[in-house]
Design a protein around this ligand. Structure first.
Ligand SMILES: [Zn+2]
Length: 143
C-alpha cells in the first residue's frame, strides 16, 4: 500500500498507523507532506496543509515527559551496566551526564512528532482544526 495514500482510499486503521510513520520521518502526521521542523525550530502549522501542530495551550508538556522518560531510561540502560564493570566511578558519572544532556537534545524533535501522532491516534483531527488549517493556507495566498 502507498504510504502517502489520501484519506479517501485508506482504511481508518491504516490511516492511524500512518501518523506514526510520518512522525518518525518528522513529517506532518495529518498530510505526510509538510515538514514539522525547519532545522531545530518547529513550524506553528504544517507548511503543506496548515494543520496547527500545537493543538492546545501547554500541548508539548507530554512531549517533554515522553522525551525525558525514553532518553533517561535509555541512558540508564547504557550506563547502568558500566557501573558494575569495574570502570572508574567518575568516568561512569561523566558518561551518564553526557548522555543525559545529549540524548534529550537529539530526540526532542522526534518526541514532539511522536506525541502528536499518539494524540492524533487518540483524538483524530477535528473539523475545526482542519478548517483552521485550510483558512491559514488560503489566507497565505490572499495576501
Ligand atoms: Zn500537513
Amino acid at each position: 500500500m502507498d504510504d502517502e495514500g489520501s484519506a479517501h482510499d485508506t482504511p481508518h486503521s491504516a490511516l492511524r498507523t500512518q501518523y506514526f510513520r510520518r512522525a518518525l520521518r518528522l513529517r506532518c502526521p495529518v498530510c505526510g507532506k509538510g515538514r514539522m521542523f525547519d532545522g531545530l525550530t518547529m513550524w506553528e502549522t504544517c507548511p503543506a496543509c496548515g494543520f496547527p501542530f500545537e493543538r492546545e495551550p501547554g500541548y508539548w508538556t507530554n512531549a517533554v515527559t515522553l522525551n525525558f522518560m525514553t532518553t533517561g531510561g535509555f541512558a540508564l540502560l547504557l550506563v547502568g551496566p558500566l557501573a558494575y564493570s569495574g570502570m572508574p566511578v567518575l568516568l561512569v558519572l561523566a558518561l551518564g551526564v553526557i548522555l543525559a544532556v545529549l540524548l534529550p537534545l537529539l530526540c526532542f524533535r522526534h518526541s514532539k512528532a511522536l506525541w502528536l501522532a499518539i494524540d492524533l491516534r487518540i483524538r483524530p483531527p477535528t473539523t475545526f482544526e482542519r478548517l483552521a488549517g485550510f483558512l491559514h493556507i488560503s489566507g497565505q495566498h490572499d495576501s
